[in-house]
Design a protein around this ligand. Sequence first.
Ligand code: G16
Length: 541
Amino acid sequence: MDTIATAPIEGQVPGTSGLRKKTRIFTQTGYLENFVQSIFNAIGGADDKTFVVGGDGRFFNDTAIQTIVKMAAANGARKLIIGRNGLLSTPAASHLIRLNKTDGGIILSASHNPGGIDEDFGIKFNVPNGGPAPEGITGAIYHQTTVLQEYRIADVADIGLSRDGIQAVGAMQVEIVDPVARYHDLMETLFDFDKLRALFASGFRMKFDAMHAVTGPYATAILEKALGAPEGTVINGVPLPDFGRGHPDPNPVWAKPLMVLMMSPQAPDFGAASDGDGDRNMVVGRSIYVTPSDSLAVLAANAHLAPGYQAGLAGVARSMPTSAASDRVAERLGINSFETPTGWKFFGNLLDEGLVTLCGEESAGTGSNHVREKDGLWAVLLWLNILAERRLSVLEILNDHWNTYGRDYYSRHDYEAIPIEAGNEIMDHLRNRLAELPGQVHGDETVASADEFSYLDPVDGSVSENQGMRIQFESGSRAVFRLSGTGTEGATLRIYLSRFAPPGDDHGLETQQALRQVQQAAMAIAAVQAHTGRTDPDVCT
Ligand code: G16
């Protein structure tokens, strides 16, 4: 074992979901090592502990895993469970952490960000409940990065990652496992696989775009092999280190070919996509895109149709910027509903306490208490189970939902790679004016209330402040402003827009058209053009 002297590296601050940086930063000598040692130090050492390790297969995934193996061995870990070829989707990693009752896991991914030497890499620590480390722990990890003086690494050969089975690295055991098998078992406990097989046998057709990311093998095994969907149902199913030069972000912009197909006369019954590490999902019906906020609401209203949720839901949680569509379902069902800050880690306590069963975020994440991460393929299977039971099209299901609950028109506008100072100025500008905004008229909108969201965790009493600016208009529309915590270049300003159309109103408007008025008011209030020179967003989801 070698102890290597090091010095703190600036800026190793975990964001919304772990540490994400340009790959070239991660490949600098000591950069990954410092962070991994900081994780071990922050959790009281790795001695005699077991961890799950895996990633989304992006460039540097395998090299990083070899480093982690050597460091875990030198830090006295008892065992590592690693997905074959270093692959594990984030939800599958979460499941393995829980199933094996490990001391946590290290997941290598920059999620939906592109991969490659000139793109992004990331690392995050998940705690023993399978979920992303809460702020207390990410704060402790960051603190360690600022005081670190040495790291430990074993001077041993690389291990083989391609064959299942157990090997030894010094006194530490390494078990290479099939990344899909246990996850597949779990899905069979939640969904009616016979009914899904019958659905595909009856001629139902779908396309699942794995975006050359980690979900390919999971989707192929489950949709094509187990459920009998025709070969070719899964497209871009082979994980590649650079995601085929794509941007593995399942939204209408980055999954454009799927969107074009779904809007064409050749569209199959159902389309779906998932992201780099398999926790996000996009759902699209023939000629209709389902917003993540609506997807959460539809899943909440229909989950009881799947065996795993037959007994009903304890509650539904959503992140604050997500639309209120799921609140309306929870209210009608008479179950709990919670509004948390952005970041899956905030759902962990609610799930552990049994206060909620489903969670979701506008950022294409939906999940349940089956793991402690959002889960892209799970969401697709739940949709399929609902479609198999209801025998309606996606559009019919949505129309029925909107007729019952009303429609929350929703869109997120992203202004990417703006200077960090400009991003901070916009937020400061809003913060300083919150008190004077109520009553102001901007175009056709009048501000009803304005505040900065802070969250009191009902389980552990922790408070998370500065979680985004909320502006509520008298019309019922809402604008929310946040800076992204997952970007790696400058700042990304996110403006989340929503407008409620009650049951009986016109639900057939084009989304951006429906939101024009609130968008113009939001741009004026935040003075986006004055601060950034920008008039249009880079991405609208
Ligand atoms: C991560 C988090 C999500 C969050 C999303 C967007 O997703 O896990 O909870 O909603 O980032 O965060 P931000 O708006 O700060 O960029 P993922 O899929 O990137 O891990």
